[in-house]
Design a protein around this ligand. Structure first.
Ligand code: GAL
Length: 681
């Protein structure tokens, strides 16, 4: 990891540009430059899927078109993020070297088609990637237009070919050393799964119905490591030839619920990129949630990706209007484009980049939103809204590089999510680990309290409050990390389904781990999984709250009881407790509660920890206020995520960067309106 930053003092605006699709249309290429200026766009990502234009036949390279485009963008005052093209390969390569194609978990070789369809182990693919990446670095690594390297595209998926199986076995040998250790970690004798020779190890497959949870978990870890290994192979020539140019690869989210991408452990991957970047496609204006609730989820995931490196990140892709792959591809309503773009910046992004600059003419993305539509017009609504974002980014350019500060952290752990999803015995439909964290996050987002979403690699000591619900998998190291945090004065919140298995997914013996019993002052006895329509109730501070899905039955030892169950055979038993431990405090929420409980419970902790003090803007439901700080100033992004006009009250006077005027006492925000306020410290 290095501390390289993007060497341009503007907030980046622009996005994926595919001139390789338009080489037979010189008038379009010419017009792109005119439109780029009108859109106030300054940065373009080139070459993401351009391998067949760069190397149309094996060993024959065509860079003229790319030379011309990079130079033209530079002359226009723009910068370039240059991609390595490994996300898709030319047909000649798949035909001549079928080894480069992926093998599915059902051990079927894929045919050439789609994209992201390559084996991460294939020596031939690695060799071809090394050649083209070196050529790109030699040719453009020192070009003044080059701002960053964009490695491949949205790394994802796994390959189950013989080469990958061998690599997996070697990875396991390195990890466990002996088969005895492997068999113990995987609980081998269960259903006669003891491995007697390394060659018997096979990656999990639904045909083989892998019930060996340790194997499933290790395969996912291996896939992350193997993907990172491939990435590290890709960047060798780039680091060598252009050592000062920062390197990123675009991360993703799983859409619909907008939760973190599940298949790769980004907390590991983030260690190897200079800057985290990601592609964000929320389903705005959907018919299953309110705009403000979706906005909170977008906030959560941006805070997670920002927290991975505790520095500003980049939005590498977003859409100016709609996409082409949601169930319903609704276009953003007027105003939403500026609002959602400013929300990225508010949470720490230094860019608003799009997929895609120009709508492609054919194939699957021809109706995906773009800055320039098939009409090539600068007067249509989407182009106008994009130009308005460009203008706004110019006005707030000084926020670039500023930071966010948080005193509250929520723990998100990719490996825990994998293990929990595999666990049988709860209910697959209701586990919802990331969604549960998003609900805890909501109680802070609504109050405009900044939150970092941290992983277990990170330090906890600087936070006043650490929230780690549903941490099913806890190694002894994790347990002692949490213990140290509380013993030294931190406040920790845990919940149902926590601390049940170790890092290889073996249940802890002797009941709930002794250290957890001490921290929380309780002993967890059972987890009751409810049917989706079952309900229970708890009483807390004289009020009653609905509970569903999970109820922990536990014995109180030293803890104070804050809430009790009202129904069922555990009626009267504790449901929520608080315990003083060392210099700190620990809370255990035994059941899945309605949101109102979380809001009220955290309000108490916010008061106690003085987390909600010194507000410059009074809270208003549906209006989110996010803050970024420089040494001298701070900036408040005030965002109306409702369909109504809102009036917000200011306790101080501010300078409105978008309208370039002083604001005091009250501001009115139209539906979806955003304002960016500045104040010196
Ligand atoms: C991303 C991808 C882009 C484009 C976009 C469409 O996942 O990186 O190449 O396909 O989705 O929304």
């Amino acid at each position: 990891m290095t501390d390289k930053t993007v060497a341009d003092n503007r907030l980046l605006h622009g996005g994926d540009y595919n001139p390789d699709q338009w080489l037979d249309y010189p008038e379009i290429l010419k017009d792109d430059l005119r439109l780029m200026k009108l859109a106030k766009a300054n940065t373009f990502t080139l070459g993401v899927f351009a391998w067949s234009a760069l190397e149309p036949t094996e060993g024959e390279f065509h860079f003229d078109w790319l030379d011309e485009r990079i130079e033209a963008i530079y002359q226009m005052g723009g910068r370039v993020i240059l991609a390595t093209p490994s996300g898709a390969r030319p047909a000649w390569m798949s035909k001549k070297y079928p080894e480069v194609l992926r093998t599915t978990e059902n051990r079927m070789k894929m045919l050439h088609g789609g994209r992201h369809n390559h084996c991460f182990s294939s020596p031939i693919y690695r060799e071809k990637v090394a050649i083209i990446n070196r050529k790109l670095a030699e040719r453009y690594g020192n070009h003044p237009a080059l701002l960053m390297w964009h490695i491949s595209n949205e790394y994802s998926g796994d390959c189950h070919c013989g080469l990958c199986q061998d690599n997996f076995r070697n990875w396991l040998k390195k990890k466990y050393g002996t088969l005895d250790k492997l068999n113990h970690a995987w609980w081998g004798p269960f259903w006669s799964h003891t491995i007697t020779d390394w060659s018997e190890v096979e990656s999990p497959s639904s045909i083989g119905e892998s019930m060996v949870h340790g194997l499933n978990l290790d395969w996912k870890r291996f896939v992350t490591d193997q993907t990172i290994d491939f990435y590290k192979h890709e960047i060798v020539p780039l680091r060598e030839i252009s050592p000062s140019i920062p390197i990123t690869t675009n991360f993703m989210a799983d859409t619909h619920d907008l939760i973190p991408f599940q298949s790769l452990n980004y907390s590991e991957f983030a260690k190897h990129v200079d800057i985290v970047s990601w592609d964000c496609y929320p389903a705005w204006h959907n018919d299953w949630e309110e705009t403000k609730d979706l906005a909170a989820k977008v906030g959560f995931i941006n805070d997670l990706y920002r927290s991975l490196k505790q520095q500003p990140f980049l939005i590498m892709e977003s859409t100016p209007s709609g996409v082409n792959w949601h169930d319903v591809n609704k276009t953003k309503r007027p105003g939403m484009h500026l609002l959602s773009s400013m929300q990225f910046i508010a949470h720490g992004s230094d860019s608003v980049l799009y997929f895609q600059w120009r709508k492609s003419r054919g194939s699957s993305e021809k109706f995906h939103g773009a800055v320039v539509d098939h009409d090539n017009s600068e007067t249509n609504r989407v182009f106008q809204e994009v130009s308005a974002v460009g203008g706004a980014l110019e006005k707030i350019a000084e926020v670039k590089g500023t930071h966010k500060q948080a005193r509250v952290a929520i723990v998100y752990d990719w490996e825990n999510n994998w293990a929990l999803n595999d666990a049988q015995g709860f209910s697959d439909s209701t586990k919802q680990y990331p969604q549960t964290l998003q609900k805890h996050y909501q109680s802070f987002w609504k109050k405009d309290i900044s939150v970092d979403i941290v992983t277990l690699n990170q330090e906890l000591a600087s936070y006043d409050l650490v929230i780690a619900p549903m941490l099913y998998m806890m190694s002894l190291d994790t347990i002692s990390k949490l213990e140290n945090y509380v013993a030294n004065g931190g406040t920790l919140v845990s919940s149902y389904i926590s601390g049940l298995v170790n890092e290889t997914d073996l249940a802890h013996l002797s009941g709930w781990p002794a250290t957890l019993k001490r921290i929380f002052g309780i002993d967890v006895k059972e987890t009751d999984t409810l049917y989706p329509k079952d309900r229970n109730t708890l009483t807390y501070n004289g009020k009653q709250y609905e509970i569903k899905d999970y109820c922990t039955i536990f014995e109180r030892k030293e803890a104070n009881i804050l809430a009790t169950y009202m129904e069922d055979f555990y009626q009267g038993n504790p449901a929520v407790v608080e315990n003083c431990y060392g210099k700190g405090k620990a809370y255990f929420i035994g059941a899945r509660t309605e949101q109102a409980f979380l809001d009220d419970f955290y309000e108490e902790l916010q008061k106690e920890g003085n987390l909600d003090s010194e507000r410059e803007i009074l809270h208003k439901e549906g209006v989110s206020v996010q803050r970024r700080d420089s040494a001298e100033c701070y900036y408040l992004f005030v965002m109306n995520f409702t369909e109504q006009k809102q009036t917000v009250t200011l306790k101080e006077s501010f300078f409105d960067l978008l309208k370039q005027e002083i604001k005091q006492e009250q501001i009115e925000l139209l539906p979806y309106e955003v304002t960016v306020l500045k104040r010196e410290k």
